[in-house]
Design a protein around this ligand. Structure first.
Ligand code: NDP
Length: 253
């Protein structure tokens, strides 16, 4: 029996990158996975096909986060898919992965850019978590994808890091609330991770990015997805409210 057999999981933003690798790993571990995306249906279908090709079970959920009604749309798609595949509306594992980067110098920031980052990276996960808790059995798992920038200074990402700082607070405070239900809440913080963006094809950029971590190679999405899978498993039942550094030692300096 696989370690997540009989469990269900939602990975937001799993059409691509870290989310896709996480969804694939959770499915490989036996979970039925909701593959969520915003607009790239093609990529989401590729994730679904890859899971099914390995014998896993998954379904697609489309919902743009950071806009009015976002959580309602996602939750309706989620519960409909769960009912269809499992006959129930229970969700055991929530991975709040979908996010948008900033990349805006402090002097160029606007309230609109800030509000968008917070809406997608912090507000949507908070209210999605609130809603999902109505269908999460005791022993569930909530994993928030943070960033090494919570501990590593980069002025061009101040607004993004602030939004992820707000996300990280969900782990701290909800871990206390949900402990009596044996639900753990943690933040996994990646460093630079190859998400297929064109910068990862530029040799000079690759060398610079590889040299930022202790292992001197660029992280692949599965390097992070595997850490999430550990936290989703029963083996991590005694870990809650923590910041888990999945940056390959980037934060060692
Ligand atoms: P990608 O940019 O590769 O993919 C982003 C995913 O999130 C896609 O599935 C995308 O859907 C979805 N998404 C983006 N915006 C929205 C939105 N407004 N509403 C709903 N879904 C949305 O992501 P990464 O793999 O690079 O990053 C995943 C997470 O890890 C993010 O939270 C990011 O901040 C964090 N992170 C990433 C690092 C990295 O170096 N890659 C480093 C540190 C943290 P669609 O395909 O439909 O657009």
């Amino acid at each position: 029996m696989k370690r997540l057999s009989g469990k269900t999981a939602l990975v937001t933003g799993s059409s691509r990158g870290i989310g896709r690798a996480t969804a694939m790993r959770l499915a490989r571990d036996g979970a039925t996975v909701a593959v969520h995306y915003a607009s790239n249906a093609e990529a989401a279908k590729e994730t679904l096909s890859a899971i099914e090709a390995e014998g896993g079970r998954a379904f697609l959920v489309q919902a743009e986060l950071g806009v009015p009604g976002d959580v309602d749309t996602l939750f309706q798609g989620l519960t409909a898919g769960l009912r269809e595949l499992t006959g129930k509306e229970e969700l055991d594992i929530l991975v709040n992965n979908a996010g948008v980067m900033g990349g805006v110098k402090p002097e160029d920031l606007t309230p609109e850019i800030f509000d968008r980052l917070v809406a997608v990276n912090a507000r949507a996960p908070l209210f999605l978590t609130q809603r999902v808790l109505t269908v999460m059995p005791d022993g569930g798992r909530i994993i928030n994808i943070g960033t090494g920038l919570l501990r590593y200074a980069n002025p061009d990402e101040i607004a993004y890091a602030m939004s992820k700082g707000a996300l990280d607070q969900i782990s701290l405070h909800l871990a206390r609330l949900l402990g009596p239900r044996n639900i753990t809440v943690n933040t996994v913080s990646p460093g630079i991770t190859n998400n297929g963006s064109p910068v990862f094809d530029v040799p000079e950029a690759r060398e610079f990015m590889a040299n930022m971590n202790a292992f001197k190679r660029i992280a692949e999405p599965s390097d992070v997805g595997d850490v999430v899978a550990f936290l989703a498993s029963d083996d991590a039942r005694w870990v809650t409210g923590t910041f888990v550094d999945a940056s390959g030692g980037t934060l060692l300096g």
